[in-house]
Design a protein around this ligand. Structure first.
Ligand code: EPU
Length: 430
């Protein structure tokens, strides 16, 4: 086990290129199971969630060739087999469940243990189960496993009670091989949903309307193979922008589409941070007199829930009282106690964090409780005076590729060290 030691208070300067999107990659890796010919994915992020998902695919008979460049794989799913993936792996990542529909579409039955993922709320699966049933599948929970059977899937009109990214992706993928037409209404509009649709279309599917709230899928008999480049990770990009602002630095994030960051850019500007943008880059120039603001998370194109936690770190050093309301996940709050250990003044009222800005944060020993809480603590540690130790960085490794290398290239003093080494040095505070 490792932790990060961060010597904070240094302005970040320079340019950073973001890696491929974890959440797009995880959804596309489910879609790959539908393809009867080899698929080559480029720009696949080297993060632990993606590696876990690749291993789950292998358990279903996918043959995976990992290229030496570390970010390209060729996956051959021509000979899928009925299998039960390792429950420990499935418990680790939520999107392991999204293989249910594709396996069902290819093999006529599937059995998947109940999935896990970051502990940020209840995260039910009812939309997924209802949608698959509407496609004619018999889906049931039996002894901790979801079991699904269907001779063939039949297209249907599906209305989602909430624009769930995962349900939109899962049902869209399953519907590509269903008989007839499927219409998903109140679909999520996240770029990661559009990326999956682009991928599926590249492989021979007929998906229209992704990126809007109505997605129409005309079923085809098979998907082939081909190449696809995973788009850049907008959540990584947002994290670097906030780190630039929190250290009063000057950071350019390259290889991203500014329109995907519109709410983050808008809120940074409202705080008084200077933001410039070009066709595929965004630059932030920090301001020591950032103002408090109100933020509310919303489905895309609203302010992303995944940036809510790093945003709390930034608002902790803005002048005045900010409010930050989380509307997507009821308990995405693991960062709050930890930020308060660093001198932040955050009070939680229901789903809203009330954040009274302080002059600066102070280094402390803190613990990541989930991926984005970990990112928030790193942003806080970079801006804080003194040394911060972020424990449980296994969560951060789930979604940020070469995080410390990228931050170091911007001038950050951040180092990964084994927990044992740190304990031996007598820095353990219990
Ligand atoms: N929901 C239901 N029933 C369902 C599915 C979802 O009630 O069947 C609810 C959820 O409980 C939540 C809301 O709908 O309140 C939205 O959940 P959604 O399904 O959109 O989330 P997800 O697909 O499970 C993905 C990302 C999350 C990201 C959300 C929101 C992946 C692997 N995960 O989760 O990313 O926060 O969309 O954009 O794509 C992260 O990267 O740290 C992360 C948690």
């Amino acid at each position: 086990m490792s932790l990060y030691r961060i010597r904070g208070g240094r302005e970040l300067h320079g340019s950073v290129r973001v890696h491929g999107s974890k959440n797009a990659a995880l959804a596309i890796l489910s879609g790959v199971l539908l393809c009867e010919e080899p698929v080559t994915l480029r720009g696949l992020p080297a993060v632990s969630d993606v590696e876990t998902k690749l291993q789950i695919l292998e358990q279903f008979g996918a043959v995976i060739d990992r290229w030496d460049d570390g970010e390209t794989v060729t996956i051959d799913c021509s000979n899928l087999k009925d299998a039960e993936p390792d429950p420990n792996m499935v418990r680790n990542i939520r999107t392991s469940f999204y293989v249910l529909g594709p396996i069902l579409a290819r093999l006529g039955s599937a059995r998947i243990p109940q999935p896990g993922g970051c502990k940020i709320g209840a995260r039910p699966l009812d939309f997924h189960l209802k949608g698959l049933s509407q496609f004619g599948a018999d889906v049931r929970l039996n002894g901790g496993f979801y079991e699904a059977k269907a001779k063939n899937l039949v297209g249907a009109e599906v209305y989602l009670d909430f624009p769930s990214a995962g349900a939109s992706q899962h049902l869209m993928a399953a519907a590509t091989l269903a008989d007839g037409q499927t219409v998903i209404k109140n679909a999520a509009m996240e770029p990661e949903v559009t990326a999956l649709a682009d991928f599926l279309n590249r492989m021979g599917a007929r998906v229209e309307g992704a990126g809007t709230s109505t997605i129409t899928i005309s079923g085809v008999t098979k998907l082939g193979g081909g190449e696809y480049v995973i788009p850049a990770d907008r959540l990584q990009a947002g994290t670097y922008l906030l780190a630039g602002a929190a250290t009063f630095g000057d950071v350019t994030v390259e290889g991203v589409l500014p329109e995907h960051q519109a709410p983050v850019i808008s809120k940074l500007k409202e705080m008084g941070v200077t933001v410039d943008e070009g066709p595929d880059w965004i630059r932030v120039v920090g301001n020591r007199f950032m103002q408090a603001i109100s933020v509310k998370t919303m489905p895309y194109p609203g302010f992303p829930t995944d940036i809510q936690q790093p945003m709390a770190a930034l608002l902790s050093i803005a002048h005045g009282v900010s409010t930050l309301e989380e509307t997507i996940y009821e308990s995405r709050i693991g960062h709050i106690d930890e930020l308060n250990r660093m001198g932040a003044k955050i009070r939680q009222e229901g789903r809203t964090s009330i954040i009274t800005g302080v002059d600066h944060l102070q280094g402390a020993v803190v613990e990541a409780t989930d991926l984005r809480a970990g990112a928030a603590l790193v942003v806080a540690g970079l801006s804080a005076i003194g040394e911060t130790y972020v424990k449980n960085i296994v969560y951060i490794d789930r979604g940020y590729q070469k995080f410390e290398e990228s931050l170091r290239s911007l001038g950050a003093d951040i180092e990964r060290m084994p927990v044992e080494e740190w304990e031996k040095a007598g820095q353990w505070s219990g």
